[in-house]
Design a protein around this ligand. Structure first.
Ligand SMILES: *Cc1c(COP(=O)(O)O)cnc(C)c1O
Length: 373
C-alpha cells in the first residue's frame, strides 16, 4: 500500500499500521447480519481481557468519540439519590464535571492542583464531608498535562465509602498495564483510536455487569447515551442499538490482533522508549517541561514555550507538519505549552527523525530555547 506514513505526536488519534488501515477495506455488509454481531461479541470479550477483567466484567460499545463514554457513565450510573464527586485535576476530569452540570446532576467538584497527581487523602476528606456521594469519578492519565493519577488508591477510598468508582482511561488503556479489579475500578472507558491504535468513531465502557444491571432502575437521563439500554441491546441481539461504525470495528479487530501479538509488556516498553527519546531530544535543545518528571505518565510530555519572542508554535507546527510530523498545542489554562505524545505505532527512531526536523524548524525561524525564570 502506498500511503504516506505520518508521525502523529498529538494525543490521539495515533499513527496506525498499514494493516489496520487496510482492515477497513472490506466487502459491504449490513451490520444487522449475524456475521457482524459475532465479530463484535469477540471484540467485547477482548476489551475486557486487555484490563484483565474476569467474568464479573463486561464491555459495551458506542459509536462516538471518547467523550461519549464520559456522558454515558455519568448520566447512567448515578442513582436517584446521590451525587457525583469529581476528583478534578485537569481538563479531562473537568469535562466529567461539565457533563454533570449539563445533566443537572448533584456534583461535588473537588478542584485539585493540575501539576501533580491527585492526593487520595483529599478525596477521602471530601467523601467524609459529603456523605451523599454515590459515584467517584477521576481521570487516570490527564492528557493535557501528562500527569498520572493513583487510581488504585483513589478507588480504595471510594469503595471504603460505598461508592462506585468510574475512571477515564482514554489515554492509558492498552498503553499502561491496568488490572481493573486490582486497581479498584468499577468502570473504565476508552476509544479505539488511542491505545489500541485503531480508527476514530468507536468507544467502549468496561465495567461491572451487576452494576450495569442495577442501573436499569436508575433515572434515565439520556435516550442515545444510556449504558443499560446499550448493554441490554447487545445481550439480547448482539448488536448496537443504533448503527455502529462498521469500518472502525473491522480496523479495531485487526488492531486487537496486533495488540495481542505485541503484548502488554512489550508495548508498554515501546511507549517508554518513545517517551525517553522525547525527553532526550528536548533536553538536548534545552526545553523545559511543565510537570515534574516523577509525576509524568510516560505517555505525554507538556513542554513550556521558550521565552524567545521569535518562538512561534504555529510556525514550528507548520514546518514539521509539512514534513510529516504533527505536534500539538497544550491544554493548561495560563501557561504556554505544547505537547509531544508517545502514543501510536511509532518507536524511538521516529522521534530521532522528528527532532532533526524540529531543530531545523527552530533554526528556520531563528528561535532560541531560552527561559527567563
Ligand atoms: C482523548 C480523550 C478523551 C476523549 O476525547 P474525544 O475528543 O471525545 O475523543 C477523553 N478523556 C481523555 C483523558 C482523553 O485523552
Amino acid at each position: 500500500m502506498n500511503i504516506r506514513r505520518n508521525i502523529l505526536l498529538n494525543p490521539g488519534p495515533a499513527t496506525t499500521t498499514d494493516t489496520v488501515k487496510m482492515a477497513q477495506v472490506v466487502p459491504d455488509i449490513c451490520p444487522r447480519e449475524k456475521e457482524f454481531a459475532d465479530i463484535m461479541k469477540g471484540l467485547r470479550r477482548d476489551l475486557v481481557k486487555v484490563v484483565h477483567g474476569d467474568d464479573r466484567y463486561t464491555s459495551v460499545l458506542f459509536c462516538g468519540s471518547g467523550t461519549i463514554n464520559i456522558d454515558v457513565c455519568l448520566n447512567s450510573l448515578l442513582p436517584a439519590e446521590g451525587s457525583v464527586l469529581v476528583a478534578d485535576n485537569g481538563s479531562y476530569s473537568s469535562r466529567g464535571a461539565d457533563v454533570c452540570r449539563y445533566y443537572g446532576l448533584p456534583l461535588v467538584d473537588l478542584k485539585l492542583p493540575f501539576d501533580r497527581p491527585i492526593d487520595p487523602a483529599e478525596v477521602e476528606r471530601a467523601l467524609d464531608e459529603n456523605p451523599g456521594v454515590a459515584v467517584v469519578y477521576a481521570c487516570h492519565h490527564e492528557t493535557g498535562t501528562g500527569v498520572l493519577n493513583p487510581i488504585r488508591e483513589i478507588g480504595a477510598v471510594a469503595h471504603a465509602h460505598g461508592c462506585i468508582f468510574v475512571v477515564d482511561t482514554t489515554s492509558s488503556y492498552a498503553m499502561l498495564p491496568i488490572d481493573i479489579a486490582a486497581d479498584n475500578v468499577d468502570f473504565l472507558f476508552a476509544s479505539a483510536q488511542k491505545g489500541l491504535m485503531s480508527m476514530t468513531g468507536l468507544s467502549f465502557v468496561v465495567g461491572r455487569e451487576d452494576m450495569i444491571k442495577a442501573s436499569a432502575a436508575y433515572p434515565r437521563r439520556s435516550y442515545y447515551c444510556n449504558l443499560f439500554m446499550q448493554y441490554d441491546c447487545f445481550e439480547k441481539t448482539g448488536e448496537m442499538h443504533f448503527t455502529p461504525p462498521v469500518q472502525t470495528v473491522y480496523a479495531t479487530i485487526q488492531a486487537m490482533k496486533e495488540y495481542w501479538a505485541e503484548g502488554e509488556t512489550a508495548k508498554f516498553a515501546r511507549h517508554r522508549r518513545v517517551f525517553e527519546a522525547i525527553h532526550a531530544g528536548l533536553a538536548e535543545l534545552g526545553f523545559k517541561c511543565l510537570i515534574r518528571r516523577e509525576h509524568q505518565s510516560g505517555l505525554v510530555v507538556a513542554v513550556r514555550y521558550p521565552d524567545d519572542p521569535r518562538w512561534s508554535f504555529e510556525k514550528v507546527h507548520d514546518y514539521c507538519y509539512e514534513r510529516g510530523f504533527t505536534i500539538y498545542p497544550g491544554k493548561v489554562g495560563s501557561a504556554g505549552t505544547f505537547r509531544l505524545c508517545a502514543l501510536g505505532a511509532i518507536d524511538a527512531p521516529d522521534i530521532v527523525a522528528f527532532f532533526k526536523v524540529f531543530k531545523e524548524a527552530l533554526d528556520a525561524i531563528g528561535a532560541k530555547v531560552v527561559y527567563n525564570g
